[in-house]
Design a binder for this molecule. Structure first.
Ligand code: HEC
Length: 191
């Protein structure tokens, strides 16, 4: 290839890579809420076919929604709290919740210090709410707190609920709840 032909090819290569000329990008399409003469109702946006369910909503409704058949938040998590689920909950709490509610859930965090309008509360104040309530707050958000439904699957949310319970217990356990072996060790350490 001589110098002249490569000089000719250069602008062509440039144009081919330019999005404004890309027919895939500039094809006719409808945007949200636009009207359409194609459909009888004049709308471009269509209802999903009947029977369509949202992604992630298949499975035990209690696990998916955190509510019982009466629509009230479940008192207890509908999943067995295995060590594995709790470990997942801890990991997800540290990633998604601790930034605002603090690593031990006491509301002490750098973000909290800088939120003047409404601070993330200490989660130790929520010992008496049902498990399903905490699940709902994570799923839907609450006031200034965003929803974490996109970041956490329902199972992961139950893991976080379990870990919040573990954090609460860690700050409020009485001597009677400490396993005997651990109690001896604690007493030994205290001496
Ligand atoms: C961006 C900061 C932020 C993050 C991250 C965050 N929260 Fe919150 N959270 C808040 C704020 C702020 C409130 C108080 C909202 C209000 O009252 O308007 C709140 C409130 C709550 C409440 C109390 C709701 C009530 O009834 O008063 C719970 C429980 C809670 N958060 C749990 C969580 C859990 C679990 C996570 C992690 C999945 C999480 N939060 C992540 C900021 C956050």
């Amino acid at each position: 290839m001589n110098l002249r032909s490569s000089a000719l090819l250069l602008p062509i290569a440039f144009l081919a890579g330019c999005p404004a000329w890309d027919p895939m990008q500039r094809q006719p399409k409808y945007k949200a809420y636009q009207s359409s003469e194609f459909y009888a109702d004049g709308l471009a946006m269509r209802d999903p076919p009947s029977g369509t369910v949202p992604y992630g909503s298949v499975g035990d409704p209690a696990v998916q929604t955190g509510a019982g058949e009466d629509g009230k938040p479940l008192a207890r998590a509908p999943l067995p709290l295995t060590p594995r689920l709790l470990a997942t909950g801890r990991k997800k709490f540290d990633i998604h919740c601790a930034a605002c509610h603090g690593l031990v859930g006491d509301g002490q965090s750098q973000v909290a210090l800088n939120m003047s309008l409404r601070r993330p509360p200490s989660l130790h104040l929520y010992r008496d709410v049902p498990d399903g309530y905490i699940f709902l707050v994570i799923s839907r958000g609450f006031g200034l707190m965003p929803s974490y439904a996109a970041e956490l699957t329902p199972e992961e949310r139950w893991g976080v609920v379990g870990y919040v319970r573990a954090l609460q217990l860690s700050q409020h356990a009485g001597a009677a709840q400490v396993p005997p072996g651990t109690m001896q060790k604690l007493q030994g350490d205290a001496r």
